[in-house]
Design a protein around this ligand. Structure first.
Ligand SMILES: *Cc1c(COP(=O)(O)O)cnc(C)c1O
Length: 366
């Protein structure tokens, strides 16, 4: 069979997502016993022990299908954020919600506006729908160029993604930028705020986009349990959408898109806000530690509002990545992310960060 004829042509334009290398594989390949993964913005503080207990307790019921409507979790999220039950959707990771929004709205006639470099899933999901990609370069300070993005909106634009804080830069767009966007974006464009790192953002000028949603603006706000709640392996994200858009999501999604262990874990995670506060503290300590070390090493970096940092090592990032790998530290080279001389590094514990810094000093001869 000629698969090239069978499959839609545009599918072959998609470059598969490159995940961070799994720890076990690196250990086996390099014969190392102690490998530290700082490559995928995972929460190295880990999930709440109460969550782990809840998963254990729910494990013996996996012969049943999950609650397909995620009724209790959505109710909990609605109460917590002060929106209606109908305004909450959950997905198999926020990735799935991005895919669903694209599937439901985009076709070959449509355009989607996003920043570059930014989170790659907007591009991949839009390409699955064969839509026209309109990517707008970040400003020099590595934030979204909102005026330029508005300039690129046409009659065909359906979605406009804003990743805030932005991955892979850790930078954020301030209240004024977002107000301008909301004020000036035409009515036919749905603005999607991807706030995967929302809880880590502590700058007083970080915008509260959920307020725009509550005020009836045509925006979607996406959040996740993968980052601050430390549940990346379970795949669960959530979003706030209008009732009408919620109805659309329920038509497109798989009936059992979020497994029961994930739903149970997410509810237990919401109940342990003390753990969330500790995870935020963990990250903030990591930020100051790495800022100080990079300053000493004379490396420039973008100030971050997330649990990772983009640092310029002034050399080919794939090479530096490879040398760090040999020392048992996995980071993300910036080359595939649009930053050939930078590394994206997830914050770890104090000793994790020390290990990273030690390895980096050796590799860079500092
Ligand atoms: C990690 C991340 C997500 C969420 O991923 P899921 O694990 O699918 O919930 C979404 N957007 C950005 C920018 C991210 O970095």
């Amino acid at each position: 069979m000629d698969i090239k004829k069978l499959v839609h042509k545009h599918i072959f334009d998609i470059k598969p997502y490159i995940p961070g290398k799994p720890v076990e594989e690196v250990q086996r390949e390099l014969g190392l016993s102690d490998v530290l993964k700082l490559a995928s913005n995972e929460n190295l503080f880990g999930p709440s022990p109460k969550v782990v207990e809840a998963i254990r307790a729910a494990a013996s019921d996996v012969n049943y299908y999950p609650d397909g409507g995620a009724y209790y979790l959505r109710e909990k999220l609605a109460a917590r954020f002060g929106v209606k039950f109908e305004n909450v959707v959950v997905g198999n990771g926020t990735d799935e919600l991005i895919r669903i929004l694209c599937t439901a709205t985009l076709g070959p006639e449509d355009e989607v506006v996003f920043a570059d470099p930014s989170f790659v899933m907007y591009k991949i999901s839009a390409m699955v729908s064969d839509a026209t990609l309109v990517s707008v370069a970040l400003r020099d300070d590595l934030t979204h160029d909102i005026p330029a993005m508005l300039d690129r909106v046409t009659d065909r634009t359906k979605l406009l993604f804003v990743c805030n804080p932005n991955n892979p830069t850790g930078t954020f767009n301030k209240k004024d930028d977002i107000r301008k966007l909301i004020d000036e974006v035409p009515d036919h464009v749905l603005v999607v705020f991807d706030e995967a790192y929302y809880e880590y953002a502590d700058d007083p000028d970080y915008p509260q986009t959920l307020d725009y949603f509550k005020a009836g603006k045509d925006v979607v706000v996406l959040r996740t349990f993968s980052k601050i709640y430390g549940l990346a392996g379970l795949r669960i994200g959530y979003g706030f959408v209008s009732e009408e858009m919620g109805d659309v999501v329920h038509r497109v999604r798989n009936p059992f898109n979020v497994n029961q262990l994930a739903q149970t874990a997410a509810m237990a995670a919401l109940d342990d806000q003390e753990h969330v506060r500790s995870a935020i503290e963990f990250c903030k300590k990591g930020r100051s530690q790495l800022y100080a070390e990079f300053d000493k090493m004379g490396l420039s970096y973008a100030p971050t509002q997330a649990n990772f940092i983009l640092v310029d090592v002034g050399r080919d990032s794939v090479e530096v990545f490879g040398e760090l790998l040999k020392k048992g530290v996995i980071v993300r080279p910036g080359t595939h992310l649009g930053f050939p001389t930078r590394l994206r590094i997830t914050m770890g514990s104090e000793s994790d960060n020390e290990k990273l810094v030690r390895a980096l000093k050796e590799v860079l001869g500092k």
